[in-house]
Design a protein around this ligand. Structure first.
Ligand code: GDP
Length: 308
């Protein structure tokens, strides 16, 4: 399987949820996906209440046989550590900017981190249908912001898409609008580097996020750095203090649309979830039983708001 792993960076209300919903719908139309009913990235109750995106969530779409994993990034400086962890799983990002409002404070913080990590954003100027849209000016403002944040020449040479996410459209040429997201999918395939996929190496995955299921207990989420792991296989959980616990992967999952799919095996390059690693903490490594090797620990500043 070929993969692309991308993050979406956007200020609140600039259209992240609408864009992801639209991408999912179009892969359904193309016959590659599944129908989803709920709003894609907005299901967390706390997010609804606060109106901001807090917990990073994963979704995936298939395009031309390539699995594109899309991870949401929390758009708030309170979630510094999480932003770094999430961006550590991806090789590219979509920087979504409202065509009227332009770049806003919440864009800035995450963008800075993305640039520091060497990601080359694809700029998506959304809502160009707005009466007060000023797409060219917004592109210039985005360029200025990136320059101010220390972007390299390569990062400043960003590809641009103009979008009306609400109508399922994104296109490269403002004068020549298209009726679908095909330009966006193509650009992700062309511009976002594929992850390295060393399937034969010993299994290794950094625990980037945690979830919980009533039936399966703790679920660890991350990108498989190398190798593969099967359902029922024993692995080592490598703690931050250098000790290890032998544990068993009771169920691996991959993502498709907004669903977590039970699979028999997950492998390098993919963003996955594993049940069974009960004691895992964020920043620890799930590694091969015979040949365990820890990944560098990402420092985590825990959120300063209380989660319900
Ligand atoms: P999020 O907070 O970034 O997830 O933003 P949402 O996807 O919830 O969108 C915020 C608002 O912008 C909603 O009312 C959307 O309907 C609206 N919106 C999204 N895309 C477009 C667009 O292309 N054009 C216009 N005019 N409005 C849009």
């Amino acid at each position: 399987m070929e993969y692309r792993n991308i993050a979406i960076i956007a200020h609140v209300d600039h259209g992240k949820t609408t864009l992801v919903d639209g991408l999912l719908k179009q892969t359904v139309q193309l016959g590659h996906g599944e129908v989803i009913e709920e709003r894609a990235m907005d299901s967390n109750q706390l997010e609804k209440e606060r109106g901001i995106t807090i917990l990073a969530k994963n979704t995936a779409v298939m395009y031309k046989g390539v699995k594109i994993n899309i991870v949401d990034t929390p758009g708030h400086a309170d979630f510094g550590g999480e932003v770094e962890r999430v961006l550590g799983m991806v090789d590219g990002c979509l920087l979504l900017v409202d065509a009227a409002e332009g770049p806003m404070p919440q864009t800035r913080f995450v963008l800075r981190k993305a640039l520091e990590l060497g990601l080359r954003p694809i700029v998506v100027v959304n809502k160009i249908d707005r009466q007060d849209a000023r797409p060219e000016e917004v592109v210039n403002l985005t360029f200025d912001l990136m320059a101010e944040l220390g972007a390299t020449d390569e990062q400043l040479d960003f590809p641009i898409l103009y979008a009306i996410s609400r109508e399922g459209k994104a296109f490269k040429d403002l004068e020549n609008p298209k009726d679908d997201f095909s330009d966006l999918f193509e650009m992700v395939l062309d511009h976002c580097p594929p992850p390295s996929v060393d399937i034969d190496a010993p299994f290794q995955m950094l625990v980037t996020n945690l979830d919980y299921s009533e039936y399966l207990g703790r679920i660890v989420i991350g990108r498989v750095k190398r190798g593969k792991v099967k359902k029922g296989e024993f692995v080592n959980l490598m703690h931050k203090d250098g000790t290890m616990t032998k544990t068993r992967v009771t169920q691996p999952f991959t993502h498709l649309a907004m669903k977590r799919l039970e699979v028999d095996e997950v492998s390098a390059g993919d963003i996955v979830a594993l049940a069974g690693i009960e004691d895992a903490q964020i920043g620890e490594t799930v590694a091969d039983l015979a040949d365990p090797e820890a990944l560098p620990i990402i420092t985590v500043d825990e959120p300063t708001v209380s989660m319900v």
